[in-house]
Design a protein around this ligand. Structure first.
Ligand code: IZC
Ligand code: ZN
Length: 425
C-alpha cells in the first residue's frame, strides 16, 4: 500500500472517462487542495483530502506494509499521455535544420528524397536490437518528463517486413519498459522510392498486403495516413483507412498540416478517433469534427519547429471539438520528448489556458488512444500513473516554462522517477 499525503494540489481530472472533455469542461480539473492518495496493487483505491486518506489507511492497511510519500509543496497530476509519436526510428536529421533555415521547406526536403525517406533508409538498415536501443533512450526521456503512456506509429519501414519490425519494437518495449505503448500502423507515411511516381500501386500494397498482415498479427490498434498535398490524397487516405477499419484498426489522420486539404472533413466522415495537426483545417471541417466527436490532437511543437503558425485551438474548443496535445516526437518536424514544453507552447502560442492544456494531455489524450477507461485521471479503480511536479499549483506548470519540474513519477504504483531521476531496477 502506498499513501501519498499533503499534496499542495491534486488535479484529478475525474469524471470524464466515458466522453472526452469539450468546451468549458476542459477547464474543470476537479482540484483537491492538501490532497491524499492511496494506491494498492498498482491501482488508486482512495483519492481525497490528506486527512481522509490517512483515515482510509488506518482502516484498510491491516498488517500490510505502508509506503508513505510526502507531496508537500507539490502538484500531482495524472501521468501525462502522448497520443501521437513516431518514436521508433533509427538515425537523426539535424542537418535538415540548416537547410530549413536557408529557406528549404519540409516538403522540398521530402521530395528530394530526404525527410521521412532518409529516416526510412536508416530504419530499414537497423536491426531490431539497434532500433530497440535507440528507442529506449527516447522512452527514458519521456518518463523523465512525466509521460507514462504514448502512442507509437510505424511508417519508417514502408515495406511490410520493416513496418512489422517497427511495430514489434513498440510491442516489445510496451512489455519491457515502464511506459505503455499503443501501436498505430502508418505504412501510408510517404511513398517509398520503389513506388516513386506510382502512389496508387503503393496504396494497393498497403491495403492488400500490409494491413491484413499487421492486423492478423495483432501488431496495431490504429491505422494512420499522412493525408497531405504531395503525399496521399483524400481518396487514397479514405481507401486506406476504410481497409484498416475492415480489419479492426481504428482511424487516425495526419490532417491539414501543411495546406488545407480536406483532412478534417475526411476524419469526420470516417468517424476517426482523432485528426492530428490541423494547422490549416477549414471552418467546415472543424464543425464536422465537433459533430462527429473526432478528437483534435494538436502539435504546437511541430508548428514551432517548422516555424509555422500553430493550429487554431481556440476555434476548435469554441466549436466543441475535444482537444488533446502531443509532442509528435519524430526525427524531422519535432525531435523532442518534452511534453511539458509542448504544453507551454500550447498555452503561449495557441492561447489554451493552463487548465485546458492539462485536460488535453491527460484525460483527452487517453480518449485519443482508446484508454480513458484505465488512465488519464486520478480516480478510484484507475491504474496508478501519476506525476508529482515541483510546483505549488497547476498554473505554475505553464509559468515556470521550459524547465523540467517533474519530481516523482509513479507508473502502476511503482516509483520510476524520484527526485527527477530514473529509478533503476
Ligand atoms: O519524419 O518527418 N510530418 N511525418 C509527418 C513526419 C512529420 C515525421 C517525419
Ligand atoms: Zn505525426
Amino acid at each position: 500500500m502506498i499513501y501519498i499525503h499533503s499534496a499542495a494540489q491534486i488535479a484529478t481530472l475525474a469524471g470524464a472517462s466515458t466522453k472526452p472533455k469539450t468546451g468549458k469542461e476542459m477547464e474543470e480539473l476537479d482540484l483537491i487542495e492538501d490532497g491524499g492518495i492511496v494506491i494498492e496493487e498498482g491501482v488508486f483505491t482512495f483519492v481525497g483530502s490528506s486527512e481522509e486518506a490517512c483515515r482510509y489507511v488506518a482502516e484498510h492497511s491491516g498488517d500490510r506494509e505502508v509506503t508513505v510519500l510526502s507531496a508537500e509543496g507539490k502538484t500531482i497530476t495524472p501521468g501525462l499521455i502522448d497520443p501521437h509519436t513516431h518514436v521508433v526510428f533509427a538515425g537523426s536529421r539535424e542537418f535538415e535544420l540548416n537547410m530549413r533555415l536557408q529557406g528549404a521547406k519540409y516538403m522540398d526536403i521530402l521530395n528530394a528524397g530526404g525527410g521521412i525517406l532518409y529516416s526510412t533508409e536508416r530504419t530499414r538498415e537497423a536491426t531490431e536490437e539497434q532500433l530497440m536501443a535507440e528507442t529506449v533512450k527516447r522512452l527514458d526521456r519521456f518518463l523523465e518528463y512525466g509521460v507514462t503512456t504514448i502512442e507509437a506509429k510505424s511508417g519508417y519501414g514502408l515495406r511490410l517486413e520493416e513496418e512489422m519490425k517497427q511495430l514489434r519494437v513498440a510491442q516489445r518495449l510496451n512489455a519491457s519498459h515502464p511506459i505503455d505503448l499503443v501501436s498505430t500502423f502508418m505504412g501510408a507515411h510517404a511513398v517509398p522510392v520503389e513506388y516513386k511516381g506510382d502512389a496508387d500501386a503503393f496504396v494497393r500494397t498497403i491495403i492488400g498486403e500490409m494491413i491484413p498482415a499487421v492486423a492478423r498479427q495483432g501488431l496495431a490498434e490504429f491505422c494512420d495516413v499522412f493525408c497531405e498535398e504531395g503525399v496521399f490524397t483524400v481518396e487514397q487516405s479514405r481507401d486506406i483507412l476504410l481497409a484498416g477499419q475492415k480489419w479492426g484498426l481504428k482511424s487516425k489522420i495526419h490532417a491539414d498540416e501543411l495546406v488545407s486539404y480536406g483532412g478534417a472533413e475526411l476524419a469526420a466522415e470516417l468517424g476517426a478517433v482523432s485528426a492530428d495537426h490541423l494547422l490549416h483545417a477549414s471552418e467546415a471541417g472543424i464543425q464536422q469534427m465537433a459533430e462527429a466527436g473526432v478528437i483534435a490532437v494538436l502539435l504546437p511543437g511541430t508548428a514551432f519547429f517548422l516555424m509555422a503558425q500553430p493550429a487554431n485551438a481556440r476555434a476548435m474548443i469554441a466549436a466543441g471539438v475535444p482537444v488533446a496535445l502531443s509532442t509528435d516526437r519524430n526525427p524531422g518536424s519535432s525531435p523532442t520528448e518534452s511534453l511539458p514544453f509542448i504544453m507551454n507552447l500550447a498555452c503561449l502560442t495557441m492561447k489554451m489556458t493552463p487548465a485546458e492544456v492539462l485536460a488535453a494531455c491527460t484525460i483527452n489524450a487517453a480518449h485519443a488512444i482508446g484508454r480513458a477507461g484505465t488512465i488519464g485521471s486520478i480516480e478510484v479503480g484507475k491504474q496508478a500513473d501519476l506525476v508529482m511536479f515541483d510546483a505549488p499549483n497547476y498554473l505554475y506548470l505553464q509559468y515556470h516554462y521550459a524547465v523540467n519540474l517533474v519530481d516523482t513519477v509513479l507508473k502502476k504504483g511503482e516509483a520510476v522517477i524520484q527526485g527527477g531521476r530514473r529509478v533503476q531496477g
